[in-house]
Design a protein around this ligand. Structure first.
Ligand code: F3S
Length: 754
């Protein structure tokens, strides 16, 4: 499988594009109509294009992505799970990017050195597991996952999944790029398809061209205002029209990146001359030529642009000629307005006008064009002896971008007005910001060019009000030091600011040298994966036991969740994320957020062994250690929210045999099945009410478990009475095999060894 290890994947791209064209014509025929670009790319990755059902918002489709990318926080559990499958190497090209664990405090060099010490065991694990299984490894400091993917791996017509919500960034270069949970990444790495509901399609028609202070960032801020944070749920957002062709590739990437803020599955732009130029500037001439030869086809069929309402479920239009630069926030990205009115609004709401920090860059906005435009404002200011009135922090998206903007003097321009350059990593964008200038709890305003602004996101302080704008607008506000300023009309030092300007790509191309990448060796089988047995952050996973057969009798009821029970209630984030690579340690958070019908305090329950009220994770552990099986009872839509796999692994690890709920969130239900658990629903949802604290449950006839056949449960009351319940499941034949083997990964291991 040499091509999996190929890090200059022109051959892969050629193959993917050939399939793209072939499948597009098959599907155009089959559906009897023209196709949008998103449809073509999705269909090209269907495992069974000839027979897949494709009803939008309804059918579940199986896709084979071209690549997988993982950041260092989510990669830990995904790769520990991959190891359970015991395959010699990943079956789809995969990369790991160390960007999330570097804390911003003093500047790039110091912060990076500190991160290498604090996270050494994580980096040791990720680099060794990558080398072992044929995965490309990007060291800390090499860059932020989405920038590196755009520069190295993205190509029009391709598909990538990534274990990070802003993976859709690669849509700027015409990719279907979807942010997924670790369990999905594991599926694809072991050669199984990625399953997702066929998305709805939202078309965004852009006309005009950005001018003056308006940039690509303002397009997505405006889209967020129109569609709101929920408006893109279950949808792919496809941009088209003359305005799309007026935007740089990196500008398009910013728009697709922030499509995550409206809940979109992904966003994408068709390929155009900017895409070809970007591929060349990033040293991928061969791929550029492949794309250039197909420019007319790496976009929607022409009929779509003529009559978009026929082909999209929803169409919105934005005229770039009249779009004002936007500023959104605080607390949510869909609270938007033009820069002209933010001062008045802030005064009305009592938001502090004074800005305590201004931050530029991150995965969202650190392209050459972004920094060049921001630096042009800085240059004008330093020529007039001005410096920032608000501390300005700059996060380059990758080492390549950093080296390029240093080479071209842009960093110097920013430093000349007082900017501090941070490591090429997420830093304050993901809350990795050791902030000492503001006491926690103090209300203060900051402005960033990032993508998220909910409370605590950047500095952990719920009282910080975060506003988002383009990098050039952020620099203008850093110079003004206050929100009560309109960069378009107000003056600094007696002069109006000039309109920002900057090249889309440097004429000399991006810096050629790529630093921080470690290619896997041709044969990694002799490499030992480094996990310190004493580590509190990482732990080798022991495969779960196969189903022992027979009926499961006398299961106790751990708890009955009342109302919402999201994956966050099941496995809380926050400080627990430190243990995301250590199943035993992170399991100590199991169900801590759950409101249990049988206890007053959330996260508590009645321990049948100690006959006492105790925290649920402790009770579960007592049961497991005593060999006492248990079930969890759930309400409606159990397991909604983020797809984190820990929420399925932890109950399994602590001895749960089944989760019995009124209904499940589909992704979590599948995750439970993958871990060898039984997600079951009450045939009569009212039966939920009948389960009591001291009941014991038998699950009968599991040896005959079959698709569409209900399961019988017998509930025994402490007084000796009992009653029958009918439960349902959604297991397919294949999934039943997971249950019998103990987990989906056990299945793969068995298959591989036979
Ligand atoms: Fe995500 Fe920001 Fe990093 S959105 S990838 S945290 S730079």
């Amino acid at each position: 499988m040499a091509e999996v290890r190929d890090t200059t994947p022109a051959a892969l791209v050629a193959k993917a594009l050939a399939r793209y064209e072939e499948v597009a014509s098959v599907l155009r025929e089959r559906l009897g109509r023209p196709l949008t670009f998103a449809e073509k790319v999705l269909y090209a990755h269907l495992r069974h294009p000839e027979r897949a059902e494709l009803e939008r918002g309804v059918s579940w489709i199986e896709l084979d992505p071209d690549r997988v990318a993982m950041q260092d926080a989510t990669a830990q559990m995904a790769l520990l799970q991959f190891m359970v499958a015991d395959l010699p190497e990943v079956r789809v090209p995969t990369t790991v990017h160390c960007d999330h664990l570097i804390q911003a405090e003093r500047g790039a060099d110091d912060d990076l050195a500190a991160a290498r010490v604090t996270n050494r065991e994580v980096y040791d694990f990720l680099s060794s597991v990558s080398a072992r299984y044929g995965i490309g490894f990007w060291e800390p400091g090499a860059g932020i996952i989405h920038q590196v993917v755009l520069e190295q791996y993205a190509f029009p017509g391709g598909m990538i999944i990534g274990t990070d919500s802003h993976t859709p960034n690669a849509g700027g270069l015409g990719m279907v790029a979807i942010g997924v949970g670790g369990a999905d990444a594991v599926d694809v790495m072991v050669g199984d398809p990625f399953t997702v509901r066929m998305p709805r399609l939202i078309g965004v028609r852009l006309t005009g061209r950005p001018n003056g202070w308006t940039s690509a960032k303002d397009v997505i801020l405006r889209v967020a205002e129109i569609l709101t944070v929920k408006g893109g749920t279950g949808a792919v957002v496809e941009y088209f029209g003359p305005g799309a062709r007026a935007l740089s590739t990196t500008g398009k990437a910013t728009i697709c990146n922030m499509g995550a803020e409206i809940g979109a599955t992904c966003s994408l732009f068709p390929a155009d001359d900017h895409a070809v130029a970007y591929l060349r500037a990033t040293g991928r001439d061969e791929i550029a030529a492949l794309v250039e030869a197909r420019l007319g086809s790496l976009e929607a069929d022409p009929e779509v642009e003529e009559d978009p309402a026929r082909y999209f479920d929803q169409v919105i239009e934005i005229d770039l000629d009249t779009l004002e630069p936007q500023i959104v926030g605080p607390a949510t990205p869909d609270l938007g307005r033009g820069v002209g009115s933010i001062g008045r609004e802030a005064r009305e709401h009592g938001w502090p006008l004074e800005l305590s920090s201004a931050l530029v860059g991150s995965c969202t906005n650190s392209s050459y064009e972004d920094i060049a435009r921001a630096a042009s404002v800085a240059r004008w200011a330093s020529a007039r002896g001005l410096r920032v009135r608000t501390p300005l922090l700059v996060t380059p998206g990758s080492e390549r971008i950093r080296a390029t903007i240093e080479r071209d003097g842009l960093l110097r321009d920013l430093e000349a007005i007082g900017a501090t350059v941070l490591a090429n990593a997420c830093g304050p964008c993901i809350g990795q910001w050791h902030r000492t200038d503001i006491e926690p709890g103090t209300t203060n305003s900051i402005i960033t060019s990032y993508n998220r602004n909910f409370p605590r996101r950047n500095d952990g302080n719920a009282a910080t009000l975060a506003f988002i704008a383009s990098p050039e607008v952020v620099v203008a506000y850093a110079l003004a030091g206050t929100l009560d300023f309109n960069p378009l009309t107000d003056e600094l030092a007696g002069e109006r600011l000039p309109e920002p300007e900057g090249l889309e790509l440097p004429s000399a191309g991006l810096a050629r040298e790529v630093r921080g990448f470690v290619a896997p060796p041709a044969d990694g089988s002799a490499i030992e994966v480094r996990i310190d047995p004493a580590s509190e952050r990482l732990q080798v996973l022991t495969p779960f036991e196969p189903f022992e057969g027979g009926d499961l009798v006398g299961l106790v009821v751990l708890a009955k969740a009342v109302g919402k029970c999201t994956t966050d209630h099941i496995s809380a984030a926050g400080p627990w994320l430190r243990y995301r690579g250590h199943l035993d340690n992170i399991s100590r958070n199991l169900f801590l957020g759950v409101q249990n019908a049988f206890a007053a305090e959330p996260g508590h329950g009645w321990c049948q062994i100690h006959q006492a009220d105790e925290p649920l994770p402790e009770i579960a552990r007592h049961y497991r250690d005593a060999g006492q099986g248990w079930v969890m009872i759930g309400d409606e839509n159990y397991g909604e929210g983020s797809s984190r796999e820990h929420a399925a692994m932890e109950p399994r690890y602590l001895g749960a045999r089944a989760i019995i709920a009124r209904s499940f969130a589909r992704i979590h239900e599948t995750n439970l099945k993958k871990q060898g658990m039984l997600p079951l629903t009450f045939t009569d949802p009212a039966d939920y009410e009948r389960i009591e604290r001291d009941d014991r449950v038998d699950l009968v006839g599991l040896d005959e478990l079959a698709p569409d056949q209900p399961i019988r449960a017998v509930v025994h009351r402490p007084d000796g009475t009992s009653f029958d319940l009918e439960l349902r499941h959604t297991f397919s034949e294949d999934q039943i095999a997971w249950f019998r083997a103990g987990s989906a990964l056990n299945m793969i291991r068995q298959r591989h060894h036979h």
